[in-house]
Design a protein around this ligand. Structure first.
Ligand code: ZN
Length: 363
């Protein structure tokens, strides 16, 4: 970890100095003044900021511009990285801009299920902010110039029968999230259960078992041979009628996701694969574009960095509107759960600490 921090520090020195807060403030004030009346324009900055009607606006302009600037600075720093890491790191930063991706950092740990253990918090911090939880180099603090200089790390993840993964990986811990030996069933089920329980808590009738839906069954080309579609959650009374939800936990830095144009393109594609058209996994229209189901469908995709898909956002908006109750508990719970399952997976892939230590010593 130290070597990467060192390496980042070296890069930082070479980058242009960040813009001063005063300069940023002036830019924001200038923007904020643009739409004001003559009378307001005449006021000084201090007088303007003391007016209550001005508050919501200047706060938004100030914070928005500040974060836009920060995003630009970070992006320009990433462009100095060796090419093996550049695209991956841009994807990580982009993933932070997905809806709700930063939520876990703002959750008040008021209940036990909203608290991360120390090691969980540390591991997820590492992953979220792009610092490997193990050294990328064991022998020196010299920055790596390509991924082959990072020592290989053996993956300790196992399948349901206890068979261990045979792959080694290097660098930034993306393999553990797309490890084929382990799969992502455990994480998927944890998210599905939390979502299902929270939907029931909001007062909706939810069947605790899986739901089989004939109207969504895929019988066309590429059908998987089932007569009924198998969905994660069914809500009997969501507004106009019954709704089904299918959940996915997806890695936006896995090899497959990196081939797509952007994080958003990947997440949108994952939604289309679930409920899109007659070629999707769960068919909602036939090849002529006619609807084959009365069910409302929601694809709730959650990324390893905590971002939510459009379908997941829409589901929670609908739940809030139909129940007339706050969905904050649901959102907080999912945010912390994503951090916890990510951290657990990372830690499990490293294996017993003594083994990873001697391994990096021997490299
Ligand atoms: Zn593996």
């Amino acid at each position: 970890m130290l070597s990467l921090v060192w390496w980042h520090a070296q890069r930082l020195e070479r980058s242009p100095p960040p813009i001063s807060l005063r300069a940023l403030f002036n830019v924001c004030m200038l923007k904020a003044r643009a739409g004001l009346s003559q009378e307001m324009q005449a006021l000084s900055d201090d007088e303007l900021l003391s007016r209550s009607e001005f508050h919501p606006q200047w706060q938004r302009w100030l914070s928005y511009s500040a974060w836009e600037k920060q995003a630009e600075i970070r992006k320009s720093l990433v462009l100095h990285l060796p090419s093996d890491f550049r695209k991956r790191e841009l994807r990580r930063l982009e993933a932070h801009r997905m809806p709700r991706a930063g939520r876990w950092l703002g959750v008040i740990p008021a209940a036990r299920h909203l608290q991360l253990e120390n090691l969980e918090a540390r591991d997820y911090f590492c992953f979220y902010f792009g610092v490997p939880p193990l050294p990328v180099r064991a022998d020196s603090f010299v920055p790596v110039s390509n991924i082959s200089e990072c020592p290989p790390i053996h993956c300790w993840l196992t399948n349901a029968k206890g068979k261990q993964c045979e792959e080694d990986f290097r660098g930034l811990f993306d393999h553990p999230f797309s490890c084929k030996t382990r799969g992502r069933v455990v994480e998927h089920n944890a998210l599905r259960n939390a979502l299902r329980n929270e939907i029931a808590t909001l007062g909706f009738a939810v069947d605790p078992r899986e739901s089989w839906e004939e109207s969504l069954a895929h019988t066309g080309p590429g059908a998987r041979g089932h007569s009924d579609a198998h969905l994660d959650i069914r809500i009997e009374d969501l507004g106009e009628g019954a709704a089904v939800v299918d959940v996915k936990y997806t890695s936006v830095t896995a090899a497959g996701a990196m081939k797509r144009g952007s994080v958003l393109a990947h997440v949108n594609q994952e939604e289309r694969i679930k409920f899109g058209d007659h070629r999707s996994r769960y068919r909602i229209t036939d090849s002529d574009g006619r609807h084959t189901t009365q069910l409302h469908t929601f694809a709730a995709i959650f990324t390893t960095f905590g971002g939510w898909s459009k379908g997941a956002m829409k589901l929670v908006r609908t739940l809030g509107a139909e129940s007339g109750r706050s969905t904050q508990r649901l959102v907080d719970r999912i945010a912390i759960l994503i951090a916890r399952i990510g951290a657990r997976r990372l830690r499990a892939s490293i294996g017993p600490r003594s083994s990873s230590f001697s391994q990096s010593q021997s490299q």
